[in-house]
Design a protein around this ligand. Sequence first.
Ligand code: C2E
Ligand code: MG
Ligand code: MG
Length: 685
Amino acid sequence: MSSVKEKHFRKLKRKKIWPSIAAFVLFIIMCVVMVALFLQLFALYIMGTKIVRQYGEAQHVKAVLEGFLSNGEPLEKAVENMHRYTLGESDIYVIDREGRFVLKTGFSEPDFNMVLDFKLDEAFGLADGFVAVADNRNEAAYEDGAYTIFALPLDEVVKMTFSPGHNGLGAWLNDTIITQRYWLRTSLGSEYDAYVKCLIQVQRQDIFYICIFGIIALLLLMIPIILLFINTIRSIVTQRRMTQLIYLDAVTGGKNWFYFHNYAERILTRRRNSRKPFAIVNLHLERYQNYCACYGVKAGEELLEAMEGFLKARMGKNEFFARYEGADFGLLLSCEGENEQANQAYCRKRIRSLLAELSGLKPDQKIHFSAGINLIPPYVPEDGKWYHTRKDVDINQLYTYANAARITDAGAEEKQITFFDQEMLDRQVWERWVEDTMEEALNNEEFHVYMQPKYSPLNGKLVGAEALVRWISPTEGLIPPNRFIPIFEDTGFVTQLDDYMISHVAKLQAEWMIQGRKMIPISVNVSRAHFAQEGLADHICQLVDAYGPKHDLIELEVTESAFFDDKDILVETVKQLKAYGFHVSMDDFGAGYSSLNSLKDIPLDVLKLDGEFFRGEDDDGRGQVVVKEAIQLARNLDMRVVAEGIEKKEQVDFLASQGCDMIQGFYFAKPMPIEEFEEKVEKDA
Ligand code: C2E
Ligand code: MG
Ligand code: MG
């Protein structure tokens, strides 16, 4: 997956639902706090109005008392009158300015240690001198419904009875449920301070009002809460859908590659899985495009869908799969073997049965599958401890290796299942490097012509040479042809190399002629791919004529395998080349399939016996018989014979005895650079 695509996916995934949920919870908390605050304020307001009323009454008591006092009545009398005047409702506790007790009514007293702070002064505009203290017997003294006031030190008892005035709901609401007593201070003339006892009574209706207020506030807040709740739910649903979409494969309806990528990485990097072997498999439906072309794209997609359903049912714990692209699926399988061989065997068995079952998905249609497997061994950390996890897991790379393994052996029927190995990867990396650099290397003249001399077995004289290419790369050093010629052949680049070699040999021959050196024929390899081209003879002629050496100094080696291609073109080209005066040889005769038949139709000049004839031991002399007969055959067809790959003296002697014309092999000389070759020719002359 490209990094841009991945970034985009991650961004979408990061759109979490948590912010909406957090906003919702925060809003609820805010509402609760607000309602609680309002309720408290409302309760305070109710209590405040009650206290203010009590304060007014205390002021009234004070006014009455002061009225009596101003009439010249003594304090006791004034209090008694006031008491009578107020029907004994207000107890009073008088102290002088030094704080000494003077007189009191009622049987409880202010508790001066508990000064109450109602914090009402400002809110209700009460005078600065507002002082309230608790009652010392508040809770115990009075029974609900009735209480007695003792007037002390006046010897009078006024008994008052409070009883519920009405019946029914009104009375029930009016019931006092909390009674709180306290004393309010007020000055009495210039000599005394009086504390007037007050009652705060909380009726049911107060609670009722508070509740009603709370319910209304809650109802009002419910609207935004519900709206926000709906919004939050919607965000959650949207997020879920989005996640599903991100991970959805539109073709199969299953999980897509992004999911596979994330999930496989999670499984492989889990610590408890680091000891377990896994396999990443590239499962490929062969010729899917062809299937779509024949049965329609819809049928093709249905087939992929069926594969999805089939694979889903075959996955075990810690295993899953997804479509990569086209008709390629990636599978993560957990293996059960003890070692690599056992894992290979396990995977091979499992994949083979999977492929066999898959092939039967469409009973009336032939479908074929192949698989590349990349085994992921248990992770063995350097310190050998198992608490580590697999590091740097790159799922795409692991899958690519599995895919590369499959592609490498694509086409080979017996290789329906291929395992990835490092050697395979190295080979592919090398091939890519060659392909990337070959053109530049040719332009930079990194290809060098080496010469391997050919000798006459009769007199040991240097009678010819084969031009062989060597790639001397500034980074890789000397690269032998077998490492790049097959790649050049696959890519078709070999024809350019052949042209390069023919031109260089022609140039060398021309130079040697001008320099007056001994002239010997040089053979150049012409690849099989070249022979598919029409007008090859003319093309070679042009290349050689650009430098002007005699044509018979140049021999063109055609590999035996070329004779199995279009024979008509080959025969035509060879005839033309011969007509231009070039020599033509059949290289590697006897290495591959028998081309005896070709010898009949193609007028070749030289037969090069492959080095394989001379490899290994020839105890029973059968090899010698074949060589002898091959030489005889060539001679009968009027062809000269070159034996390649000769390393031993006995071989030279045998070939000499059989009338072999030339010998090319390490016994005489290895391929060498031009300067060395020139020296050798010089010496030999
Ligand atoms: P070839 O054309 O059959 O070349 C002969 C190969 O046998 C050369 O390998 C040579 O070094 C090797 N050889 C010669 N004598 C002995 C010996 O006594 N023992 C052993 N073990 N080997 C011997 P080289 O140079 O590595 O070339 C390998 C092949 O690469 C050639 O086989 C040819 O098919 C191809 N090739 C080389 N140069 C060119 C080129 O310029 N163009 C094309 N198209 N192919 C080339
Ligand atoms: Mg050759
Ligand atoms: Mg050869």
